[in-house]
Design a protein around this ligand. Structure first.
Ligand code: FES
Ligand code: FES
Length: 155
């Protein structure tokens, strides 16, 4: 076991992990932050996406120890003062979720997408969210949500 320390949603955290412990396991099992989901074991679904130092990352593809010292943001860290993040609001407004299992990862990927491309067209959104699978096949409203959020986020 080894000690790993990082900042998660602005809070300094640390915990004991094995060398093989994935970042998503650390978040869910050590920190009880279960908003980050595990939807596959092949790094395909994107349900586990978080931000590492501002960039979206599948937290199932990274060891907890690799996040030593990192700034990590999870879905739990988005709402501020009881107000949803514009991307969360846009998903709600546009019915961009059905079962919601993929939604945390979808929202985290979409925020990174808009941060890097403030005015994405539909093709860009669909291509950039290729790594996030919604098994409900609700992509139409997800695209609409991202377009709305891009406007409210200043695109
Ligand atoms: S859990 Fe499916 S990509 Fe990470
Ligand atoms: S909303 Fe059900 S998997 Fe995406």
């Amino acid at each position: 076991m080894a000690t790993v320390s990082m900042t998660v949603n602005g809070q300094a955290v640390s915990g004991e992990v094995e060398g093989r412990t994935l970042l998503v396991q650390f978040l869910r099992e050590n920190l009880n932050m279960t908003g980050t989901h595990v939807g596959c074991d092949t790094s395909q679904c994107g349900a586990c996406v978080v931000h590492i130092n501002g960039d979206s990352m599948k937290s199932c593809t990274m060891l907890a120890l690799e996040a030593e010292g990192a700034q990590v943001t999870t879905i739990e860290g988005l709402a501020q003062g009881g107000e949803m993040h514009p991307m969360q609001q846009a998903f709600q407004d546009n019915h961009g979720l059905q079962c919601g299992f993929c939604t945390p990862g979808m929202v985290m990927s979409a925020i990174d997408l808009v941060a890097k491309n403030p005015n994405p067209d539909e093709t860009t959104i669909r291509e950039q969210l290729e790594g996030n699978i919604c098994r409900c096949t609700g992509y139409h409203n997800i695209v609409k949500a991202v377009q709305q959020a891009a406007k409210t986020m200043g695109g």
